[in-house]
Design a protein around this ligand. Structure first.
Ligand SMILES: [Ca+2]
Ligand SMILES: [Ca+2]
Length: 108
């Protein structure tokens, strides 16, 4: 991983390395609970009510309300702020990778 960052290049090696790093990364996300990617994907789909592949503030708010994480009712502004914390490309939506980060923090 470090070697890769430093620009270590060998085509075949690099592809393998990439895969291992990816799996390691996912693995280290869930040392405690270790939900599978499938489980997270299912969770993602629960959040993504309109099935467009992204979670917006409203969708996040609905689920958090139903889970009673938001006690004062649907607070879209607060949800948008939460999304902004994990939104890498700043489009105001959580895609699956953003959601992985979100889960990682939430499960702690
Ligand atoms: Ca959606
Ligand atoms: Ca995004």
């Amino acid at each position: 991983m470090v070697m890769k960052r430093l620009g270590f290049r060998d085509k075949g090696f690099e592809e393998n390395e990439e895969k291992i790093v990816e799996e390691d990364k996912f693995h280290s996300l869930f040392v405690e609970e270790e939900p599978s990617l499938e489980e997270i994907w299912e969770t993602f789909n629960v959040f993504d009510e309109n099935k467009d592949g992204f979670i917006d503030g409203l969708e996040l708010g609905r689920v958090l309300c139903s889970l009673r994480f938001l006690k004062e009712g649907l607070d879209v502004e607060r949800c948008k702020k939460m999304i902004n914390c994990f939104d890498r490309n700043k489009d105001g939506l959580l895609d699956f990778i953003d959601f992985l980060e979100f889960m990682q923090i939430s499960l702690r």
